[in-house]
Design a binder for this molecule. Structure first.
Ligand code: TXA
Ligand code: MG
Length: 350
């Protein structure tokens, strides 16, 4: 092995271990817990996407997350906890709205940005910010791992930086093989999009990243909630991660609102210009393209399948990927947020 490979950490054997509901998973958890406690990184499933975890108080361990992902160091990580009460150990102040959100949505797909107690987390977890994002995930494997480890675990999505987040263990393996020692395979994730990031240090609270817990759901519990627009993010990125390109497959993505008849004409027109067209469409669809990926027949099904379909396009010779826009309601807001970023502003219009 050459020095470059060693330096880039390309020398690890990546093991995938499965956990299932029936089997005795004792040894798997023991292996993962000791790896984490020894300062290693471990990929594990959550109900949103797979995370790449390291003990959040261990600077060297956390540095391995950034290295494996190729993640910019100014993009802070979410800290995962196995018991809601633990938040009191890490937050300087827990506003009433945060308390209400935890009661209503934890465990679940909601990350709360709170003021961090100083000198607890490794500085690379918060990227030097005074705040920290904390989430208690709602997935049996994630919760067991967190509870058995008994420590806060920093975990971004377990993809190479810029790629769609992993919704299956095989996605993690594809992106990070050779870079990390262990992947816990708990099957496909149930939501398929990352958690909602809500900044509760502001009044009213601001959604920095839309996700599985929707604005409508939040407002029903805590009243007025603001939403960071893409322009806010460009001017003054509040969730530092939002300024980076994200969720991108190899071929350019185009979002479209064209109706079927016109869209089919456009697809054919691009094919005559030697494009290979992949179409991601909700079912049923009669549209034809070089590759057609079925995103299911509901918004929830679409969120589960979206990243898998974007990744599947990378396994083809598609030169353009077309996805139809969905209404900005409920989880549709989160889907459109990811699609707009994957498309980098590309629209398919007539
Ligand atoms: O569903 C999820 O949230 C997954 C699973 C693994 O839990 N994790 C995840 O992490 O998506 P990551 O690192 O890919 O996204 C975290 C987002 C980034 O946009 C980051 O900038 C933002 O949260 N963030 C983290 N800490 C923050 C802070 N203190 N202030 C503002 N934004 C923060
Ligand atoms: Mg991510």
């Amino acid at each position: 092995m050459d020095n470059k490979s060693i330096k880039e950490g390309l020398h690890l054997l990546t093991t995938i271990v499965s956990v299932d509901n029936d089997g005795d998973n004792h040894l798997t958890y023991a292996q993962a817990v000791s790896a984490l406690q020894a300062g290693e990184v471990v990929a594990f499933p959550t109900e949103t996407v797979y995370g790449l975890g390291a003990v959040a108080t261990n600077e060297t361990a956390v540095a391995k997350i950034f290295q494996a992902k190729g993640r910019p160091s100014d993009n802070p990580l979410i800290v995962h906890i196995g018991e809601a009460e633990a938040v009191a150990q890490y937050a300087e102040h827990i506003p009433l709205v945060a308390q209400q959100c935890m009661e209503a949505f934890w465990p679940g797909a909601l990350t709360l940005i709170v003021k961090a107690k100083p000198n607890i987390f490794a500085t690379n977890v918060t990227a030097g910010l005074a705040t920290v994002g904390i989430r208690m995930p709602n997935h049996p494997v994630a919760l067991s791992l967190l509870q058995k480890t008994g420590l806060p675990i920093a975990a971004p999505s377990a993809n190479r930086s810029g790629k769609p987040s992993p919704t299956k263990a095989e996605h993690v393996y594809h992106d990070l093989k050779g870079q990390i020692p262990l992947i816990i395979d708990g099957g496909a994730t149930g939501i398929g999009l990352e958690s909602t990031v809500l900044d509760v240090t502001q009044t009213p609270p601001i959604i920095l990243r839309p996700g599985g817990v929707t604005k409508e759901m939040l407002q029903a519990v805590i009243g007025e909630v603001h939403e960071a627009t893409l322009t806010d993010v460009k001017d003054a990125p509040r969730a530092p991660g939002m300024k980076y390109t994200h969720y991108s497959p190899e071929a350019p993505v185009y979002v479209t609102t064209l109706e079927d008849h016109t869209l089919q004409e456009m697809i054919i027109m691009h094919q005559t210009q030697h494009e290979k067209v992949a179409l991601l469409a909700m079912s049923p669809t009669s549209l034809q393209a070089d590759y057609v990926y079925d995103l299911g027949n509901s918004i929830d099904a679409m969120s589960i399948k979206l990243y898998d379909a974007l990744r599947a396009c990378d396994q083809t010779d598609a030169t353009m990927i077309i996805v139809r826009a969905v209404p900005l309601q409920g989880v549709g807001t989160a889907i459109m947020n990811r699609l707009e970023k994957a498309a980098g502003g590309n629209r398919l219009i007539k």
